[in-house]
Design a protein around this ligand. Structure first.
Ligand code: ADP
Ligand code: MG
Length: 644
């Protein structure tokens, strides 16, 4: 196909944007080109998180020799020639700027062969083209991008660590596998295969990415309503995920994060999921191209629907019919018969990824255990979902608090205050900062003021089986026994960690955490911190990790809940010091072991608790709540109007 140089009148009407900012966006552009070229086998390889090398090879149409130069030209595209075409875009790319902008910031080579031509290669360095030279290759195109941003150090500096970039590329690769289940993909990281799909259908693709147990936890749906086709897999009522990274939506084959659709789905799941739980889905929404505007976002990760209300209403109604088990559901759920037949033919090769038999986190549900009127295994008599459909405006308002523009929910937990309180123990890293030293000094002084001689505290009893009362001089102290105990456990744990005397308790049955690519990259980076805490944790094939021992202090903790919580804070943890926060999470777990409010302590236990606190009344529990409240004689007298 002829590559056209777009006229300014055309390209100026296309939303301009920086196409390439990170390795994953390079991968995205190259794979989209391969798909547009009609390939049915695509290999993605990265090295050094994609900073060192990204290579995408396809068996598509190839680029004829005489078009090779044009491919590097900005605004050169074979996919669009006039402004009218803009309204019926069906290919993934159409701006003609990806190759040009990648080439200008890397060392790029395109090697290509059409069915009726020879293989030719053209290299560029920092956008400067070389000569076209003969090459040798099978039909199709291989694009290699080395040393991304080698000539733009400022942009290089903005890249994340190799592991983080790799995680994001992997998430992108997973999306492609899911979005094009009939293309076979091979994805290699530093020479090792991470994903391999076989191009034999969605269920197989899903298994390749999420492991074989995933289908047991999902409904496969296929529905058509008012010009909208919605199909794919949605998690059942009990299959909750700790963050949004398990939500994948393709609109007309294009991966998007769209608030209208995600709000519709979230509301359909509303009654089944708790706070901070998120639905799992891999959904395809097909709609007439005229009803969407793909040109809304420079990086093309959102679409604008001509009519948000129609999309919202239909998606909501389809998903909630399935979950609630109303009479429409039979129409929408793909029956067990067909899908299990597909399943047999789609069985993945054992090995590399899709590790078998790992799901012991959640008991797998019978697939297709769906029946009308029962709503799966939801609690009986639960509240019916609202019949009235939310308007797009309402959805937007609701989401405004919940979703950042990236579509990722930020962890609502603020950074724990304990980090501040404990800071005197940690010497400031940059001694040069006088400001820092002053703050530390003040914190230390404040602590000193709040410190009492434990001997001086006289135990006076308890209130509501939760608060212990002590008297010292003219002040009464109320201590939250639970918060105090939690803090004590935390300190003990911290001390043991500092001395390297943590006891490790092997698990009878190792815990397997099946993570997705982003979560896996995050966990990998956390291995050091987790091991320091006494976890025995290692990779377990694909994107799974195995935990075979725990710190003895936490024997009996809900390890699934722990990991789910760690993963749910993934986004925030990136920014905060991981070790500190993990310790805090652990302390939270330790709090399960701590005395609960409502348990009566003996007088001796109550005394022991303040001794353990060493009379420090300024303590906070590891979640930042105060351990102690005080009431002075003067305050009491005011209360009784003895003084004013
Ligand atoms: P766009 O995809 O928006 O057209 P690109 O800069 O990504 O712009 O690519 C420019 C042109 O190069 C494409 O229009 C296409 O003709 C050609 N091209 C790029 N990659 C491939 C490929 N893998 N196979 C065949 N042709 C390709
Ligand atoms: Mg392109």
């Amino acid at each position: 196909m002829k590559i056209n140089i777009l006229s300014p009148e055309v390209y100026n009407r296309i939303a301009a944007g920086e196409v390439v900012d990170r390795p994953y966006s390079v991968v995205k552009e190259l794979v989209e080109n391969a798909i547009d070229a009609g390939a049915d086998a695509i290999t993605i390889e990265i090295e050094g998180g994609g900073k060192k090398r990204v290579r995408v090879a396809d068996n598509g149409s190839g680029i004829p020799k005489e078009e090779l130069r044009a491919a590097y030209h900005p605004h050169a595209t074979s996919k669009l020639s006039s402004a009218e075409d803009l309204f019926s875009v069906r290919t993934l790319g159409f701006r003609g700027e990806a190759l040009a902008s990648i080439a200008s910031v890397s060392r790029m080579s395109i090697c290509s062969k059409t069915a009726d031509g020879e293989a030719w290669e053209l290299k560029a360095e920092g956008g400067v083209l070389g000569e076209i030279v003969p090459s040798a290759s099978a039909d199709g195109t291989t694009v290699t991008v080395d040393d991304l941003f080698f000539n733009t150090p400022a942009r290089l500096k903005f890249l994340k660590s190799d592991a983080q970039e790799e995680g994001d590329v992997s998430a992108m690769a997973a999306r492609f596998i899911l979005s094009r289940p009939h293309i076979s993909f091979t994805y290699r990281i530093n020479g090792k295969v991470r994903y391999r799909s076989f191009g034999d259908g969605l269920e197989s693709a899903l298994i390749n990415v999420y492991g074989p147990s995933i289908v047991q936890n999902c409904y496969e749906i296929s529905a058509e309503k008012n010009g909208i086709r919605l199909y794919g897999f949605i998690g059942n009522q009990n299959f909750a995920k700790p963050n949004r990274s398990y939500q994948t939506l393709f609109v007309n084959g294009r991966y998007v994060v769209n608030q209208t659709v995600s709000a519709a789905i979230a509301n359909a799941y509303g009654n089944y999921l708790m706070k901070r739980q998120f639905a799992f889905y891999v959904l395809f929404l097909d709609i007439a191209p005229e009803a969407v505007d793909v040109n809304v976002h420079p990086n093309k990760t959102d679409v604008r629907f001509r009519d948000n209300q129609v999309v919202y209403g239909n998606v909501y109604s389809i998903i909630s019919s399935v979950l609630d088990g109303n009479s429409r559901a039979l129409e929408y759920v793909v029956s067990r018969g067909t899908s299990s037949a597909e399943q047999e033919s789609a069985a993945p090769a054992p090995g590399e990824n899709a590790p078998a038999g790992q799901e012991n986190a959640a008991a797998p549900q019978e697939r297709g255990s769906f029946s009308i009127g029962q709503g799966g295994s939801a609690a009986p008599g639960r509240k019916a979902p609202p019949m009235r459909q939310m308007t797009a405006e309402e959805a937007r308002r609701e989401l405004a608090f919940d979703v950042t523009p990236m579509g990722i929910r930020r962890d609502p937990f603020p950074a724990p205050e304990v980090m501040e309180v404990r800071s005197p123990r940690v010497p400031p890293q940059e001694d040069a900062f006088e400001e820092n030293r002053r703050l530390l000094r003040e914190a230390e002084e404040k602590r000193g003021r709040e410190k009492l001689d434990p001997q001086a505290l006289v135990y006076k009893g308890e209130l509501f089986r939760t608060y212990l009362i002590y008297e010292a001089g003219d002040t009464a102290y109320l201590i939250d026994q639970h918060a105090a105990h939690e803090r004590m456990l935390y300190d003990k744990l911290q001390e043991k960690m500092e001395n390297g005397t943590i006891n490790v308790q092997p698990l009878l049955v190792p815990y397997i955490c099946n993570a997705n690519a982003q979560e896996f990259a995050f966990l990998q980076r956390s291995f050091g911190a987790l091991r320091a805490l006494g976890f025995e944790i290692e990779e377990f094939g694909g994107t799974s990790v195995k935990v075979s021992a725990l710190p003895a202090e936490l024997t009996g903790m809900d390890i699934g809940a722990f990991f789910s919580e760690v993963l749910s804070s993934m986004e925030t943890l990136r920014a905060i010091k991981l070790g500190e926060l993990l310790r805090d999470k652990l302390a939270g777990m330790a709090c399960k072991a701590a005395v609960k409010g409502g348990e009566r302590l003996t007088e001796e236990e109550a005394r022991a608790l303040v001794r353990a606190m060493d009379g420090d009344m300024g303590l906070r529990c590891p979640h930042g709540r105060p351990v102690c409240a005080r009431l002075t004689r003067a305050e009491l007298e005011k209360l009784f109007k003895r003084t004013v």
